[in-house]
Ligand binder design. Sequence first.
Ligand SMILES: Cc1ncc(COP(=O)(O)O)c(C=O)c1O
Length: 286
Amino acid sequence: MSEIVYLNGEFLPAEEARIPVLDRGFIFGDGVYEVIPVYSRRPFRAAEHFQRLQRSLDAVRIANPMTPAEWSRLIDEIVARNSGEDQSVYLQVTRGVAKRDHAFPKEAKQTVFVMSGPLVTPGADKVERGVAAVTTVDYRWLRCDVKSVSLLANCLLRQHAVDAGAEEVVMLRDGYLSEGSSSNVFVVRNGVLLATPKNHLVLPGITYDVVLELADATRLPVEVRPIPESEVRTADEIWLTSSTKEVLAVTTLDGKPVGSGKPGEVFRTLHAEFQTFKRKVMRAAA
Ligand SMILES: Cc1ncc(COP(=O)(O)O)c(C=O)c1O
């Protein structure tokens, strides 16, 4: 079955969807996006994703073309039209089509694109063994809190990880941890979970929030504060979190073992909590 996408009011096979070459998303990367995980055909934390979408749109001054209820109906429709119980829904809003000029066009209609593919979360082997990460300087712009489609820096950074045989980069800016190319990064030291503050230097992850809620529920001590490089390099545990990675342990950093070199105890607890929580939320939504 070919993938069905949504483009500006129409549902159609992915290979038939077309956008004009002057779309500002294509020309300038002038747009924002969201990725929503779908478990058992139910979007997970959809309201939070729509809130973050609104924040991104406000930040780049694009009017939201839909209400949360309309987004919700659209996501349900795209999920229904595609195969697979677990899906990953991608939605993108650009400033629309206009003659090329950096300044905003006076009249342009937003381009709205939604697609869905299989949700591929880390397999049991990755969860059991953990993954490799490499550190790098975070040379992205200073609005990393905006989920912008301008992802050239993130693509270069991710390729840096791939070239080094690693899963992800762990980025440092001015000597402090920021995040991964497409994930948030947590550190565990002496039984305390350290989280980077949500500011302009990181994307406010939806999974990040879930992890902090679960840490609170399990009485895991948490400190939300800037994390210096020295604490990253001597961490007992390092985790990556994102809607598709869920919670994943980093077991080598720059080729050196993190802690014991195996996913740590705190990770195991939190990962199990995350799986339980996910199932509970999905049952409640059924
Ligand atoms: C740069 C960046 N940080 C963090 C995340 C994690 O966000 P979420 O948990 O909402 O998927 C992502 C997700 O793609 C990302 O691209």
